[in-house]
Design a protein around this ligand. Sequence first.
Ligand code: PLP
Length: 392
Amino acid sequence: MEGLKGLIYLDNAATSFPKPEEVLDAAFNFASKIGANPGRSGHRLSVEASRILFQCRKEIASILGKTESERVIFTKNATEALNFVINGICAKQGNIVTTSMEHNSVLRPLKARCKIKGIEIRMVKPDSCGDFSLTSFKEAMDKDTIAVFVNHGSNVIGSLSPIYDIAQITESYGIPLVLDLTQTLGCVPVDFYHFSFVIPVFTGHKSLLGFQGTGGFYIPEGIDFDPLIMGGTGSNSESDQQPSFLPDKFESGTPNGVGIASLLAGVNWIKRVGIENIRDHELKLCEAFLEGIKDHPKIKMYGKKDVKDRIAVVSININGMDPALVSMILDREFGILTRSGLHCAPWAHRTIGTYPSGTVRFAFGPFNTEGDVELAVSALKKIAEGRVSHGG
Ligand SMILES: Cc1ncc(COP(=O)(O)O)c(C=O)c1O
């Protein structure tokens, strides 16, 4: 892509880049031609800003398989959404079931909140490829389980969790299943139409292709909790009580209008191209990458060896080399942009045996090409075989 000027961006699990032209145009259009505060004033520009928020809510609800768009709550990222949900749900005594594949955006607020409330945390671990046994969830849960938190797609090894099977169990208990869709919404089709207690959490800036500063969650009918943030909503202004209706109950303060306009354009782009097609493209690249590094004596790949039940996120290490050094050489010598370290998921690295130094992560996106994969494979082999001087 032009914006990358010869660089190969393989850090789409951190944030997607580049964005489709439509996303840039929609953000520019909002900033230059709309600009007003949605839901506050009655003039035409404020109404137009509100319409964009409304439309974006509708499109997000639709890709979740839901119809009540007012239940889509916008936040500034998945982390904020998770904090809302965790603080809201973890309000009584009992236990919480979660997994070792969670991001710190789940584990840190969960740990802090559960400590205050005296809630026990039970951690379910998959095998080193990220495969979970459903029995381990069944064994961890009991009548005192308040909620279950599961990461849909690992941001470390790209494994997909069996979310629908887990949801069957949580639905039978009638308790919330909080699904972290940060790495999957937009590149893996999902449908929660038939689930009453699933709370999907998403970010806007990864596979949904919107700008940074966007994200949110869906609060199903029958689940209610207190908002983490309260304040002006542009509604019920005569009252000093937070509105109880949605989405205002959870959305105080001026929203990220430019970001949400970009997110709407991102979701529209994804729908036009087709989530299945995006997934096929990314998995084809992932497969070519796995094939390219397979059997190399010095390159170790963690996680599933095929692309079944996977997203296009791959962690590797080169024997005897610090992942941070490998990532730095990829950047400096080859213009290949990856991320090294623990990827904010220390327990996932403990699970796969790469704690504390972590791995080098390659995350393919919709704009990567087979050529990018070939260059990445060739660069890795050169580094592994010592055919690159790096002064490190
Ligand atoms: C699995 C997972 N959950 C949550 C997050 C947090 O997302 P955000 O940065 O949008 O808050 C990330 C970010 O990388 C992630 O990979």
